[in-house]
Design a protein around this ligand. Structure first.
Ligand code: ACO
Length: 388
């Protein structure tokens, strides 16, 4: 028997479940974080995100994810010292970043920089991921991005300063001046919110690569590539583009109607797992109210309200709510970052979750190797080239 596309059924396939986009498939066990989609709840190692946001520093959250508990003062000081000691980039990595064209996308520069770091012969990384490597890599994410950010403007990279936390060091290396508290504090809260998020696409990518016995930089290079896509972490600059294109409150309805009529997706809305509001969106909304200009916040709020109403009218059974990306745009703009640095800044945080997942994967590894459903033809016969 042959299918409509000329394929033949393969005998062992009919029993294999194949949800589209692997929806609902459990791909690993993890004690790191969990998204409770129905309730709109996110938990890191047993702590609700509301319990940590604005209270725990980014480094406390990193310690929590990597080591399973919040640090005491000596442990936190030790982690800050290790991160500080690891921030500088090997010269070979700076040379690779220097060779990129100024119009390269920052996520491409980050992916290249992480890959270069793995090949730099610095002695920092070997084939076996461990916590020291996770710290060494996390510490250098801000520097890779800041080096590219400055070089593309014709400026030299800035040497990181001891004593800065991650948020401060990132802003200092980007802009070359002491960051103001009104900028690094909201950035730090943002970083704590984005550090991990269950089995998302980039985390899955990192775990798949780690499961082959590959090295940490390879896993994280792959994860950066997965995060870049607009259906995952690439949405916030598109949220900014959308808000800029709308321009003012009176254009909201017509702009959104036209976009939905065209079949476009509204960036910053919908989620594979959340069927209620993303709890990070709620926290970021509050931060955006404080950090951005009243005009920009009003435009964001009006756009959000109307987008939700229209999505609920047009897709009543889809339960589409605001996701983390929508108010990330307002918060990161207020911190002084341009749109194309939003997704890379997400990665400055998520490298903690990715590396924690890699460590968890290798601690109890089995190769991740799913099955595919074969839908191609069978039993074809080779024809010599002159006969085709
Ligand atoms: N705007 C308009 N329609 C949407 C949106 C949206 N933002 N999101 C989902 N839908 C609709 C789809 O068109 C589809 O409708 P249909 O069944 O009538 O064709 C339905 O809802 C289901 O969509 P799927 O793509 O099957 O849902 P999935 O779970 O695969 O997608 C995703 C989730 C990719 C996040 C989606 O909601 C989306 O594209 N959102 C916009 C991009 C975005 O904000 N990305 C950031 C996500 S957060 C993060 O990863 C950090």
């Amino acid at each position: 028997m042959t299918g409509s596309n000329g394929s033949s059924p393969v005998s062992d396939q009919t029993v294999l479940p194949k949800p589209e986009g692997l929806e609902g498939v459990v791909a690993a066990s993890t004690a790191l974080s969990h998204v409770f989609g129905e309730e709109g709840k996110l938990v890191y190692r047993g702590y609700d995100i509301h319990e940590l946001a604005g209270k725990a520093s980014f480094e406390e959250v990193a310690h929590l994810l990597w080591k399973g508990q919040l640090p005491n003062q000596a442990e936190l000081d030790g982690l800050l010292t290790s991160l500080s000691a690891n921030r500088e980039l090997p010269e070979q990595v700076v040379s690779v970043i220097r060779a990129l064209p100024a119009d390269a996308a920052p996520m491409d520069a980050l992916r290249t920089g992480v890959s270069a770091l793995g090949a730099s012969g610095s002695g920092l990384f070997d084939d076996t991921p461990d916590l020291d490597e996770a710290i060494a890599l996390t510490a250098r994410f801000p520097g890779i991005l800041a080096a590219f950010f400055r070089l593309r403007q014709g400026k030299e990279p800035v040497t990181p300063k001891a004593g800065h936390n991650t948020a401060q060091s990132y802003l200092y290396q980007l802009f070359g001046e002491e960051p103001e508290e009104r900028h690094w504090k909201p950035l730090e809260v943002y970083l704590t919110l984005l550090a991990d998020h269950g089995m998302n696409a980039s985390t899955f990518t990192a775990r798949v690569i780690a499961s082959t016995g590959s090295d940490l930089c390879s896993s994280i290079t792959g994860a950066v590539g997965a995060l870049k896509g607009p259906l995952h972490g690439g949405a916030p600059s598109k949220v900014l583009d959308m808000l800029e294109a709308i321009g003012s409150a009176e254009n909201v309805d017509s702009w959104l109607t036209q976009a939905l009529d065209r079949g476009d997706r509204l960036m910053g809305f919908g989620h594979r797992v959340y069927k209620a509001e993303d709890p990070r969106a709620e926290i970021l909304r509050g931060m955006a109210r404080e950090a951005s200009t009243p005009e920009f916040f009003e435009l964001s709020r009006r756009t959000e309200e109307r987008a939700l109403e229209m999505l609920h009218e047009r897709k009543p059974d889809r339960r589409l709510y605001t996701n983390v990306e929508f108010y990330s745009a307002a918060v990161l703009s207020a911190v002084g970052l341009p749109g194309d640095m939003f997704t890379p800044t997400f990665a400055v945080s998520r490298v903690v979750g990715w590396s924690a997942h890699v460590l968890e994967q290798v601690s109890n590894n089995r190769l991740i190797r799913p099955q595919s459903e074969f839908i191609g033809p069978l039993d074809k016969k080779y024809a010599a080239i002159e006969a085709r």
